[in-house]
Design a protein around this ligand. Structure first.
Ligand SMILES: [Zn+2]
Ligand SMILES: [Zn+2]
Length: 195
């Protein structure tokens, strides 16, 4: 593992700026990996880890930097729950730990550094200084990962009977004997507009 400062340097480059979320995310990921005994996530342990993140904010970028887990490698999973939390799965042992930032950490940062008016600066410093126990709650968990969720899985493709677009196997919806993509099944996030 690199040091906190080294990871913060990497995170700043990847994310575009250094912020309280980067400090939180780096520490959150370092704690998760430490608990799992994974110390070389970019080297010898690089195929050992799948990470679930629960928010799409600053901290998530930092988690990706420390773990090396990326969406495009299927090693980073996004669950849009709006929580500063992540679950680290050791796919070799099946052990998994969820680490969540405590809601009390913001108030604790105010207590620790009332002299710093800027919230981001205040939290950046306090989140470096707080103990893991003050910052995070951890929980050993079990995560069911079907084969198609693993990095490197090559699955077959099926075709949506309504729009004709290809879909990875098991991502389709089967309804009334038809194979549909999620958009055609009514779960779409977009609406078609006339040009
Ligand atoms: Zn940020
Ligand atoms: Zn479709």
């Amino acid at each position: 593992m690199k040091s906190l400062d080294q990871y913060l340097c990497d995170a700043e480059q990847a994310h575009g700026h250094l912020c309280a979320g980067q400090v939180l995310g780096v520490r959150l990921a370092m704690l998760g990996l430490h608990k799992l005994g994974i110390d070389d996530p970019h080297g010898k342990d690089r195929k050992r880890l799948v990470t679930f993140v629960e928010i799409d904010r600053c901290a998530t970028d930092a988690v990706a930097v420390v773990t090396g887990c990326r969406l495009g490698k299927r090693a980073l999973k996004f669950r849009d729950w709006g929580k500063v939390a992540a679950t680290f799965v050791d796919v070799n042992s099946g052990r998994a730990i969820r680490v969540a930032a405590k809601e009390s950490s913001k108030a604790r940062a105010r207590e620790m550094h009332p002299e710093i008016a800027d919230k981001n600066q205040q939290q950046m410093l306090a989140y470096r200084e707080m103990s893991d126990e003050e910052l995070f709650a951890t929980l050993w968990v079990k995560v069911d990962l079907p084969p198609e969720e693993f990095p490197g899985y090559k699955g077959e493709r099926v075709v949506c009977e309504a729009c004709g677009e290809g879909i990875n196997f098991r991502k389709e919806v089967r309804r009334d004997g038809k194979v549909l993509c999620r958009a055609c099944a009514g779960e779409s996030y977009f609406q078609h507009i006339a040009e």
